[in-house]
Design a protein around this ligand. Structure first.
Ligand code: CMC
Length: 438
C-alpha cells in the first residue's frame, strides 16, 4: 500500500489519511473521508473549468498536448486523414475498430438512407428569418428532430441508439445545407443517395438547375479530410456538454443540439468564424505587427491561437495547411492566406506567444479553406458540427455504457448569505439592486 497511495496529513486534526492511486489519479470521492468532525461534509476539490479533473474513462481519442499528438482509437490523425474516409472514421469512433469492407458498405448504406429530412422539418426551417445565423438554425433543427423521433428516448436499447446515430450522422449535412440555402433564398435540394457523404453535401449546397451536380473530387476529398480532423477531440467543452446532458438520460437529438450550442461559442468551434473576421480587420500583411502589439497590450485574443491541451503545434493545423494547398490549386489562393502566414510567422517568434506556448489551432486555417471553397464565415461552425456529431455520439455511447457514470452534478462552494428573514417591502433600503431598465 505504501507506494501505491497518497499520504495526506490533515493539519487541522493532525490525522493522516492514505488515498489509493487510481490510474495515475486519485478518486475525488476518497477525499470525502477527510473530515474535521462527524458534522463535516468531507473534503472536496475546487476545479473551475475542469483544469485538472478527469470526468470519465475514455478509449476513443488520445491527445498528448505537449508532443502535439492526436489519435482516434490508437490511430494517428495523420494516417486517418491520408487513408480513410470520414464515414470510415465515424465508424471507428463509434464502433471502436476500423470497419471491414463489408461492415463499411453496410454502415455507409445505413447512413445514406437516413439523409432525408421529414417535410415538417423543412417547414420548421422556413420559419426562420432570412438572415438567421445558420448555427442557430442548425442547433434548433437538430433539437426539433427529437419531436419527430420520440423512440430516441429509449436510450437503454442499443439497437435504438444505433438507429438514432444513423439518423443524426445522415441528417446533419442535410440540415446544414438547408440552413445555407435558406439564407440565400434558394429552394432546398433533396439528398442524392448515389453520391458519397461529402459529394452529397456539396450537391445539396450548390446544385442549381443542372440535372446532376458534379462535385470537384479534390474539393470533395478536402472537405472529407476536414471532417476527419474535426470528428473528435476527447473531453472538450462540447463533448463534455454531450455527456452531461446525456447523463440525465435526455435523448441524443437534444443532447447533440446542446453540444452544438457549446460548439458555437467563439472560444470553441465559433473561433473559425472569428479568425476570418480578424483577418478582415487586419486587412493587409503589413498591418500584422501592429495587430499583434494590440493583442499583447490586452486588446482581445489572437483567434485560432492557443489551446487548453495543446502546448505544441496542433497536428490538425499542420494537415490543414497541406489541404489548403490542394484546395487553392483548384479555387485560386485565398488572399487572406498571406496575412495568416505572416501572423503565424510573427507570433511564433514573439516572446509573448512563445512563453505561453500559443500555437495555431485547428481553426486558424480551416476558415481560409472553407471560404476559398465558397462558404461564407457564418457556415464555418456548422461544418465543424457536422463532423463533430460523430465524436459526440461516440462519447455519448461510451457514457451510456459506462456503469460508473451517473447524472452529472458538480458541487459548489457556496459564497452567498447565511439564512436571513424577508424584510417587508416598505422597509427595504435603497441598497437593493435595481432591476429596472435604464
Ligand atoms: N491570444 C492571445 N493570448 C492568449 C490566447 C490567444 N489566442 N490564448 C491564450 N492566451 C493567453 C491568455 O491571455 C493567458 O495569458 P496570461 O497567462 O498572461 O493571463 C494565457 O495565454 C493562458 O491562456 P488561458 O486563457 O488561461 O488558456 P485556456 O486554456 O483557458 O484557453 C483557449 C484556451 C483555446 C480558450 C484560448 O487559447 C483562446 O481563447 N484562444 C482563442 C480562441 C480559439 O482559437 N479557440 C479555438 C480552440 S481549438 C478548437 C476548438 O476547441 O473548438
Amino acid at each position: 500500500m505504501e507506494n501505491d497511495c497518497l499520504s495526506i496529513l490533515d493539519k487541522r486534526t493532525n490525522t493522516n489519511y492514505e488515498v489509493p492511486f487510481y490510474k495515475g489519479t486519485i478518486r475525488a470521492m476518497d477525499l470525502r473521508k477527510i473530515k474535521t468532525g462527524a458534522e463535516d461534509f468531507g473534503l472536496m476539490t475546487y476545479d473551475p473549468a475542469f483544469m485538472n479533473t478527469a470526468s470519465c474513462h475514455s478509449s476513443i481519442t488520445f491527445i498528448d498536448g505537449d508532443k502535439g499528438i492526436l489519435r482516434y482509437r490508437g490511430y494517428p490523425i495523420e494516417q486517418l486523414a491520408e487513408k480513410c474516409t470520414f464515414l470510415e472514421v465515424a465508424y471507428l469512433l463509434i464502433c471502436g475498430e476500423l470497419p471491414t469492407a463489408e461492415q463499411l458498405k453496410a454502415w455507409v448504406n445505413k447512413v445514406t438512407h437516413h439523409t432525408m429530412l421529414h417535410e415538417s422539418t423543412k417547414h420548421f426551417l422556413e420559419g426562420f428569418r432570412y438572415d438567421a445565423h445558420p448555427m442557430g438554425m442548425f442547433i434548433s433543427t437538430v433539437a426539433a428532430l427529437a419531436t419527430i423521433y420520440p423512440d430516441a428516448r429509449n436510450i437503454h436499447d442499443a439497437e435504438s441508439r444505433r438507429l438514432q446515430m444513423y439518423r443524426l450522422i445522415g441528417k446533419v449535412p442535410t440540415i446544414a445545407a438547408y440552413t445555407y440555402r435558406h439564407g440565400l433564398g434558394y429552394p432546398y435540394v433533396y439528398p442524392d443517395n448515389d453520391l458519397s457523404y461529402t459529394e452529397n453535401f456539396m450537391n445539396m449546397l450548390w446544385r442549381m438547375a443542372e440535372p446532376k451536380y458534379q462535385a470537384n473530387p479534390v474539393l470533395a476529398r478536402a472537405l472529407d479530410v476536414l471532417f476527419i480532423l474535426h470528428a473528435d477531440h476527447e473531453q472538450n467543452c462540447s463533448a463534455n456538454v454531450m455527456r452531461s446532458v446525456g447523463s440525465s438520460q435526455a435523448d441524443p437529438f437534444v443532447a447533440t443540439a446542446a453540444a452544438a450550442a457549446a460548439l458555437s461559442g467563439p472560444l470553441h468551434g465559433g473561433a473559425n468564424e472569428e479568425v476570418l473576421r480578424m483577418l478582415d480587420e487586419i486587412g493587409a500583411k503589413d498591418h500584422v505587427p501592429a495587430y499583434i502589439k494590440g493583442i499583447k497590450e490586452g486588446k482581445g485574443k489572437l483567434m485560432g491561437f492557443g489551446h487548453r491541451v495543446y502546448k505544441n503545434y496542433d497536428p490538425r493545423a499542420r494537415i490543414i495547411k497541406q489541404t489548403a494547398e490542394q484546395v487553392f490549386e483548384i479555387t485560386g489562393k485565398n488572399s487572406k492566406l498571406d496575412i495568416a502566414l505572416e501572423l503565424e510567422r510573427i507570433a511564433l517568434e514573439d516572446e509573448y506567444f512563445v512563453k505561453r506556448k500559443l500555437y495555431p489551432n485547428v481553426d486558424f486555417y480551416s476558415g481560409i479553406i472553407y471560404q476559398a471553397m465558397g462558404f461564407h464565415p457564418e457556415m464555418f461552425t456548422v461544418l465543424f458540427a457536422i463532423s463533430r456529431t460523430a465524436g459526440w455520439l461516440a462519447q455519448w455511447e461510451e457514457m451510456v455504457n459506462d456503469p460508473e457514470q451517473k447524472i452529472s452534478r458538480p458541487r459548489q462552494i457556496y459564497t452567498g448569505h447565511e439564512i436571513r428573514d424577508i424584510v417587508p417591502m416598505e422597509k427595504r433600503g435603497s441598497s437593493a439592486i435595481s432591476t429596472s431598465r435604464p
